[in-house]
Design a protein around this ligand. Structure first.
Ligand code: ADP
Ligand code: ZN
Ligand code: ZN
Length: 826
């Protein structure tokens, strides 16, 4: 052992220890030569245990010393491509996480669960000549004929059967090798029916007795449409019984076969095919900028800065068509909340079955099916939320990030990646075009476009010259002075009434964060707080409970104040439920649909509510963030923002940016079609620049002002930022270790950095853990310093020996500069 030449795999092993984050060498046994590939998931011995790992490299030279062998290859096709393996290393370095964490974030969650490999008889096996097969193969086939299928491990128990024989039998269509993931995701099988000899159908029908009406009907159906159809569809289409079809199969006129069906979550819907629309001159210009790099097959990134309703989606669709014509693939990212059926319909209607959809509403198994269609090249377009950026395509020509400013593109747990950064890396790797589309791009994207890193294409007009809605600010301080204590200003009430009287629809928007209903005692002024998180509890009307939105803690609404026992305890603030109640009181008969986390938690609820509103079953759609974008209803002519400033006071340097973006997006909901729209913004901070610029539709002005402030205060994109978060169940040890870490960093961080903190984090306690935060700022475009910081932080992490201390690092404002330097973008 150890001296025989052969192949060696470098494997990243899944072990939960900091010190093991490097590839380990394993010998590849001869019988696995063809199976082990870069990206394969394998089982390997590690210490006394068997562990799962990913093959990240294969090399030929024998390594020094004795090597253990790979024991098993877990999947028939490697779940990762060599490109994604490389990307994993990039992410581990960029986001300071372990390589295994980065690799595992790229594959569907069900693949990490229980998992079975199955060998089945191939449907064609019955019709083939067996004499040339080996005895081992024959005995396996006999077994399969009896059993239908068997586990991979059992197949290997037959004398003379090994992995390579099974693979060969699969290639020659004797058997089918398939993977079955988890129990809840057993694959759905469906029988497909087709005519045996389409040209003989007419004769066949004639040969039947006159009384066989049903049978004739079936044959006539196939005469008109001599293609395969799923049995359930056939039965429901013709209203015939299964036995009728069975008789025809037995008579040899039809044949049927049971096959696995991809669980297509959109299978029940019919999609009307749409043709490309003739583009407006502005759209065409944008389209041309996107297809130029596609035609040249070279990397370029484009900021598509287009007002809402400027027809960006139509441009995406036509650019994708171009990519598909080249035989390449496209990835489309949309924020989870705008991954609505409306959005998906537009893609499905244009490209039909060539689209895979990945979103969190799918079950684990459905998600896996969609992913596998991508992996096996059965689709050409992947559309999904953040993690769809890892779609395992091998020839990507275009990546689109719609609403690229959305904060949901940033993952908040390890690996703490930003989909935009990953998209950039992949687009460069593939020589693809990257399109960042938004009406309100992120400040960092605008700044890098100004510096020339992206081509900056603007769409300033709405399609067909539809006017922008008129926006109005209502100063709620004034309202109060005038004696109006309700949550609706006089203006909003007036407009809402006249909108409804015209038979049109309104959208009322409420920011969820920071403005939910809290419970306070009027005697002592204490608010009800989560006992684990130091966060105000939120009051829920439906079941009269108070809940913590961070940890899920819930209890009945108390009848008296826990601090002073006063009975004067009440809920305050403006939650969607309260707005709903108030609407009912002030506008009797008004039909309201409420959309928030409570009303949309059930699967399909989101879609149902939107359909109801779209078909005119309500006058008002009332909701949180989730209605702020992506929706397109012709009858909506009024948008009301109940409290614009609720977001402005969050402890986040992006608060102003988010407010500007939200108001601009929300206003895009009004007057999308022929009817002109109106937007009314209620606020207590009427003179804040983010609100003023939004109302004036002055995005240039906003970005200018925001840039000045970011530069002044040393925030991204003008400074690089590491945010360190420490948490611990014990406050005293946390403080002590925070101080120690700060001392270490003070001594070891490179020169041009600044360390801030430790200070209590914005949420000082969460789920019974106290939290501290430190910031490290470094000058922009200084990758040397950033690299030194990373080394220092990794060392800091290695020094932690308190098992109760959790430590996380988050990077902000990165990569753009660096990768462009490397790739010489011009
Ligand atoms: P955005 O994504 O920029 O907000 P959309 O792509 O949703 O804009 O387009 C707004 C509306 O205009 C949609 O109803 C779309 O069907 C329509 N539209 C887009 N492009 C055209 C075009 N060239 N001609 C006619 N209608 C168009
Ligand atoms: Zn009290
Ligand atoms: Zn809590």
């Amino acid at each position: 052992m150890g001296t025989d030449a052969g192949l060696i795999a470098e494997v990243i092993v899944d072990v939960p220890a900091k010190a093991t984050d490097r590839p380990y060498d394993y010998r590849i046994p001869t019988e696995l030569f063809t199976e082990v590939q870069i990206g394969s998931r394998v089982k390997v011995p590690f210490g006394p245990q068997k562990r799962i790992g990913y093959v990240v490299n294969i090399k030929e030279r024998p390594a020094a010393g004795r090597l253990k062998s790979i024991q098993e290859v877990m999947d028939f096709a490697p779940p990762l491509t060599p490109e994604l393996v490389q990307l994993g290393f990039f992410m581990a370095n960029e986001y300071l996480c372990r390589t295994i964490t980065a690799l595992q974030s790229m594959i569907p969650a069900v693949l990490k669960g229980t998992y079975q490999k199955i060998v089945r008889l191939h449907p064609e096996a019955g019709r083939k000549e067996e004499t040339l097969l080996s005895l081992s193969a024959k005995s396996l086939l006999v077994h399969l004929r009896e059993q239908g299928e068997c586990a991979w491990e059992d197949a290997l128990r037959f004398a003379g059967v090994d992995a390579s024989l099974l693979r060969q039998l699969s290639e020659e269509k004797w058997v089918v090798l398939e993977e079955r993931v988890g129990d809840r995701v057993t694959k759905q099988k469906v029988i497909f029916v087709r005519p045996k000899k389409p040209e003989e159908l007419a004769n066949a029908a004639a040969s039947l007795s006159a009384r066989a009406v049903r049978q004739k009907e079936v044959l006539r159906f196939f005469e008109k449409r001599p293609r395969e159809i799923a049995l359930p569809d056939l039965l429901s289409e013709l209203g015939v019984a299964r036995s009728t079809v069975k008789t025809l199969v037995e008579a040899g006129f039809l044949e049927w076969e049971e096959r696995e069906l991809y669980r297509d979550p959109f299978a029940h819907r019919q999609f009307e095919r749409t043709a490309p629309l003739p583009l407006t001159p502005e759209q065409y210009q944008a389209f041309a900028s996107i297809v130029a790099p596609i035609r040249e097959r070279c990397f370029r990134s484009i900021l598509l800065h287009g007002v809402t309703g400027s027809g960006k989606t139509e441009i995406y669709l036509q650019a994708i068509a171009e990519v598909m014509q080249q035989g390449r693939e496209a990835i489309v990212l949309v924020p989870e909340i705008s991954l609505t059926p409306q959005m998906v319909d537009r893609f499905k209607s244009r490209f039909g079955d060539l689209v895979a959809v990945l979103h969190s509403g799918l079950s684990g198994g459905e998600r896996y099916d969609e992913w596998r269609k991508i992996r096996l090249g059965k689709v050409k377009v992947a559309i999904g939320a953040r993690s769809a950026i890892f779609a395992p395509f091998q020839n990507v020509g275009l990546i689109i990030i719609d609403e690229e400013h959305e904060s949901s593109y940033k993952q908040e747990e390890n690996p703490k990646y930003h989909a935009r950064d990953v998209a950039l890396w992949r687009a460069q790797h593939h020589g693809a075009a990257l399109v960042l589309g938004s009406a309100t791009p992120a400040v960092e994207t605008v700044v890098s476009a100004q510096q020339g890193w992206h081509e900056w294409v603007q769409l300033k007009e709405r399609v067909k010259g539809r006017p922008f809605p008129q926006m109005e600010i209502v100063d709620m301080r004034e309202e109060l002075r005038k004696g109006n204590r309700t949550m609706f200003s006089e203006r909003l009430k007036e407009e809402l009434l006249s909108c409804v009287n015209r038979g049109e629809q309104a959208v009322l928007f409420l920011n969820r964060r920071g403005f939910s209903t809290f419970v306070m005692c009027r005697e002592c002024g204490e608010a009800l707080v989560c006992p684990h998180c130091d966060i105000s509890l939120t009051y829920h009307q439906t079941n009269r409970t108070v809940r913590c939105h961070y940890c899920g803690f819930a209890q009945r609404m108390p009848g008296a104040c826990p601090h002073c026992q006063s009975k004067h305890i009440r809920h305050f603030g403006t939650g969607t439920q309260r707005v709903e109640e108030e609407l009912a009181r002030r506008f009797p008969g008004l039909r309201v649909i409420r959309m928030d986390v409570d009303t949309t938690s059930r699967k399909g609820a989101h879609e149902r509510l939107l359909n109801a509103f779209g078909s005119g079953k309500a006058d008002v759609l009332l909701g949180t963030q989730m209605i702020a974008k992506g929706l397109d209803f012709p009858q909506v002519t009024l948008v009301g923002v109940i409290a614009a400033d609720s977001m402005l006071h969050l402890p986040d340097f992006r608060a102003a940016e988010r407010t500007f973006q939200l108001l601009t997006q929300v206003s895009g909901r009004a007057g999308r079609h022929e009817k002109p729209g109106r937007v009314i913004i209620q606020t207590y901070s009427a003179d804040h620049y983010s609100i003023e610029r939004a109302v004036e539709h002055d995005s240039d002005g906003f970005y200018r002002q925001e840039s000045i402030i970011r530069k002044q205060h040393g925030y991204p994109p003008f400074y690089g930022l590491f945010t360190l978060l420490l948490s611990h169940p014990d406050r005293v040890s946390l403080m002590r270790q925070g101080q120690e870490m700060a001392r270490f960093l003070g001594k070891n961080l490179p020169k041009r950095t600044r360390l801030l903190g430790p200070v209590p984090a914005p949420i000082p306690r969460l789920k019974d853990r106290y939290r501290l935060q430190m910031l490290i700022k470094y000058p922009p475009l200084d990758e040397v310093t950033a690299e030194k910081c990373k080394i220092c932080l990794r060392e800091l992490e290695m020094r932690i020996d308190d098992g109760d201390l959790r430590f996380s690092i988050d990077r902000d404002g990165i990569v753009w500069e660096r990768s462009f330097h490397e790739n010489g973008h011009s």
